[in-house]
Design a protein around this ligand. Structure first.
Ligand SMILES: *Cc1c(COP(=O)(O)O)cnc(C)c1O
Length: 393
């Protein structure tokens, strides 16, 4: 057995400042974001102001999940029922689900063995039918945003960044989530900031934020509480459906004090990742794909490809690593994995994506939270290498 001091699924404690704010909310019963007075912003409004500042974005809208953020982004950039939306073939099932929720048709783009969008396939599938593009920076692996933005700008197609799991990642020193028209982030417990559930979208576009705010559930004149340009909202009054995807004050109280932790979690997570990656890369049976030059990731997990493994050996590695006490999950071999496109049966016709399929059959996924110690990391490395040795001899 090869046990870590702590499970990789254990969260970090919530900073103590959250307690006082939560106690206050429990005492007053003031849990709904829009009970706050116009001149006294409540926790959700303050979270939006702080996050927008942190990201250098003009506007932010806090929601109950990143899935809601992606759905509202699609609605707000003008995707209509029947439209096509390009998404990567390697992403979380929430992304094709958001497209279906918007009544649109997801068009899956092939992804290479470095977990990034295949640009030839992207260019071939971007067409006059494309109403929007969602780019998932899966586990922070950033596709070539220079090329993607150039192609989409030329075609006048809005780009929505699914940065659910990439808070802290940069591209040419620019924060991921600020490159496209809208950026979406998650505060679900397995992401960098843990609110249990939660999400947020950011944009510099006044019409997009106005539409998103109203559709998130700012019914009647509640949009006034956002203290944005009244004219941007007035034209949409009573014209948009209300989906009620708002964040509540308790979530904001738990999330806000963690913003001060982001920089440490990003730096520690990156150091942990790079330490483990360097050791694993010494094995002839493992390849950790290199980042693209402009990318600086904020990983809390590691992905690596098995080299020279047969299907049978890959299956045996999953079983052996599990009984060795440090389970290695292979995206495509793990039954019903929500990141394997062939499991998205709800989208209807699933296209064949040969590169994505080949990658998923050999790509391993391990959580590597920022709080792991060097001793933990050494146990992770010896656990992985030990299981590889058990299979490959
Ligand atoms: C977690 C995740 C989502 C969904 O986020 P929720 O807040 O759980 O809805 C979407 N996309 C990616 C890439 C994710 O990792």
């Amino acid at each position: 057995m090869n046990q870590l001091a702590t499970s990789v699924f254990d969260a970090e404690p919530i900073p103590p400042e959250a307690r006082q704010e939560v106690e206050g909310l429990l005492a007053s019963g003031d849990l709904f974001r829009y009970t706050a007075a116009l001149d006294q912003p409540g926790p959700v409004q303050r979270l939006e102001d702080e996050f927008a500042t942190l990201m250098g974005a003009k506007y932010a809208l806090a929601l109950n999940s990143c899935s809601s953020a992606i759905f509202l982004s699609l609605q707000s950039v003008g995707v209509c029922p029947g439209d096509q939306v390009l998404i990567p073939g390697f992403t979380f099932a929430a992304v094709p689900s958001a497209v279906i929720h918007a009544g649109a048709q997801p068009i899956l783009v092939d992804v290479g063995d470095n977990y990034r969008i295949d640009l030839a396939d992207f260019e071939a599938k971007l067409s006059s039918q494309t109403a929007a593009v969602v780019i998932s920076h899966m586990r922070g692996h950033t596709s070539d945003m220079d090329r993607i933005m150039a192609l989409c700008d030329a075609a006048h197609v809005p780009v929505i960044e699914d940065a659910a799991h990439s808070l802290g990642t940069t591209w040419h020193d620019k924060k991921i989530g600020t490159i496209g028209k809208v950026g979406c982030f998650s505060f679900q417990s397995y992401k960098l900031v843990n609110g249990g559930e939660g999400g947020i979208l950011i944009t510099d576009d006044e019409d997009i934020i106005a539409r998103a705010v109203i559709m998130s559930g700012a019914y009647e004149h509640n949009w006034q509480k956002h203290r944005l340009n009244i004219n941007a909202f007035a034209i949409h009054q009573n014209m948009l459906p209300l989906y009620n995807l708002r964040m509540n004050n308790l979530s904001a109280a738990v999330i806000r004090p963690q913003f001060a932790e982001i920089e440490r979690r990003v730096n520690d997570g990156r150091a942990n990742h790079d330490y483990v990656a360097a050791k694993l890369n010494m094995s002839p049976f493992i390849e950790v794909p290199k980042p693209l030059a402009p990318e600086r990731r904020a990983p809390d997990s590691i992905q690596f490809n098995l080299v020279d493994f047969t299907d049978d050996e890959a299956h045996r590695l999953m079983a052996v690593s599990k009984s060795n006490g440090m389970a290695i999950s292979i995206f495509g071999l793990h039954a019903d994995n929500a990141r394997a496109f062939w499991n998205w049966k709800f989208i209807g016709n699933i296209p064949e994506l040969p590169k994505t399929r080949a990658m998923l059959m050999r790509a391993c996924d391990m959580r590597l939270p920022a709080r792991l110690t060097r001793a933990d990391l050494d146990r992770v490395v010896s656990g992985v290498l030990g299981s590889i040795k058990d299979v490959k001899g």
